[in-house]
Design a protein around this ligand. Structure first.
Ligand code: CA
Ligand code: CA
Ligand code: CA
Length: 426
């Protein structure tokens, strides 16, 4: 049922006029990797009138070894699909010269990508694909449509690819939900032109996935046991949408989100003016939240902007008393109900980090702490960082006076509460 075409792709599934339909092929547990000598990994080919359909590619490693350590990438896409209703599940797809998976052509309808690792997770050798994780684009006959890339119950991990996590250049109703998309060179999801597409009035614009408008997250509120996220959403009037929420350990440099971990979903319906208010409560700590909107036709938006309410303590004043003690006065950030001040001194600026040597703990809502550095040699530098400890958080109030995030305070055990260091204000 498969043709070997070592000069083109390692596994070719295609239909040719006048020949038997190449459908219902299942290929699994095949290592597809050949040091770039092959142009592609799997090719499910387009052929007018006889599209290759209903095939399953499952459980393979494509472009690397099963341990995901070797660079064995194919010259172009790891998987290229130009036919309908194929399923690509539970594969590792890495080190392609082009995108991890390309969905192309008018006949690329209703394909499903579930449970794949596209690129390489952080901490593993960097074997991201050379273009996008998943690319949806016009082919010979037209644009793809109605494909499903991930689902909250069967997400893909799309990480460390050179371009976007998922790029939809052409086509409509391509659903992108529930995935872990992080650490890609471009946006997590990029529709149309490279970069963020601004929302428009009543989402009247047209383009890939209808250039679906995304939610505008406005606030994130950290409670004792949960995180509340809310904000406005503006799109086409009288339509229903799924709003998917994600958290990330860090925001994307663009200020727009990727979605490192899926938090959950809510549905909304826009009013006659295209407005809706979104609200979501996550039972835990959700850092750098972002969201996408998916219309009832399956068109998913780009990610929203990330909320990052990073703040620093203000009005800091340092004074040295007659006995050499140092008093710092300040206004704690974020209205913290409790906080800690860590202290260190050294010769000159420290290139490698600060060894925090003292701390003042359980300072409540006040803005004053006193340290005795003892005999301070001329030329010494002193550093402070003020850390909130509201609720579940050990939230950082921005950078330390050293200019770096305070690491977990192993050297200063007295204040340790075994809490998460948050880059945002609680
Ligand atoms: Ca874009
Ligand atoms: Ca739009
Ligand atoms: Ca639109």
């Amino acid at each position: 049922m498969t043709e070997e075409r070592p000069d083109l792709s390692q596994v070719l599934i295609r239909c040719v006029d006048g020949q038997a339909r190449r459908a219902h092929v299942t290929v699994g547990h095949v290592g597809i990797a050949e040091n770039g000598h092959h142009e592609g990994g799997f090719l499910i080919a387009y052929q007018p009138g006889e599209p290759a359909q209903d095939n399953v590619i499952s459980g393979n490693t494509i472009g690397t070894d099963p341990g995901r350590t070797l660079e064995l990438g194919n010259g172009w896409s790891g998987v290229w699909i130009g036919g309908p209703s194929n399923r690509v599940t539970d594969n590792a797809i890495a080190d392609s010269g082009d995108s991890g998976v390309t969905l192309s052509d008018q006949s690329a309808l209703g394909n499903e990508l579930y449970g794949n690792i596209i690129g390489t997770p952080s901490g593993e050798p960097a074997l991201g694909n050379g273009l996008d994780g998943v690319r949806v684009q016009y082919g010979i006959s037209g644009p793809p449509a109605g494909n499903r890339i991930g689902h909250p119950e069967a997400p893909n991990i799309i990480v460390g690819n050179a371009g976007a996590g998922v790029r939809v250049i052409d086509g409509s109703s391509n659903e992108i939900r529930g995935n872990s998309i992080v650490g890609n060179g471009g946006l997590g999801i990029d529709l149309g032109a490279v970069g963020v597409d601004p929302n428009d009035t009543e989402d009247a614009d047209t383009g890939p996935n209808g250039l679906q408008n995304c939610p505008m997250l406005q606030s994130v509120t950290y409670g004792e046991l949960s995180t509340e996220i809310d904000g406005p959403f503006h799109a086409q009037p009288h339509r229903q949408f799924w709003i998917d929420f994600y958290g990330s350990e860090a925001g994307d440099p663009s200020g727009y989100g990727e979605g490192e971990y899926y938090l959950g979903s809510t549905s909304v319906e826009t009013d006659a003016f295209g407005n809706a208010w979104i609200w979501f409560e996550y039972p835990g700590v959700a850092l750098f939240p972002s969201a996408t909107a998916t219309a009832s036709d399956g068109s998913t938006s780009e990610f929203s902007g990330v909320i990052s309410n990073l703040q620093e303590a203000e009005d800091m004043l340092l004074m040295q008393g007659p006995a050499g003690e140092i008093q710092i006065d300040y206004t704690p950030a974020c209205g913290a109900t409790d906080h800690v001040v860590y202290y260190a001194s050294s010769w000159g600026p420290l290139p490698g980090g600060v060894n925090w040597t003292d701390a003042a703990c359980f300072l409540g809502a006040t803005g004053m702490a006193v340290f005795d550095p003892g005999e301070v040699a001329p030329g010494s530098w002193v550093y402070f960082v003020i850390v909130g400890q509201n609720y579940l958080f050990e939230g950082a109030y921005g950078e330390s006076s050293y200019g770096a995030e305070r690491p977990e305070a192993i050297a200063v055990g007295a204040c340790e509460r075994s809490r998460l260091i948050s880059p945002t204000c609680p």
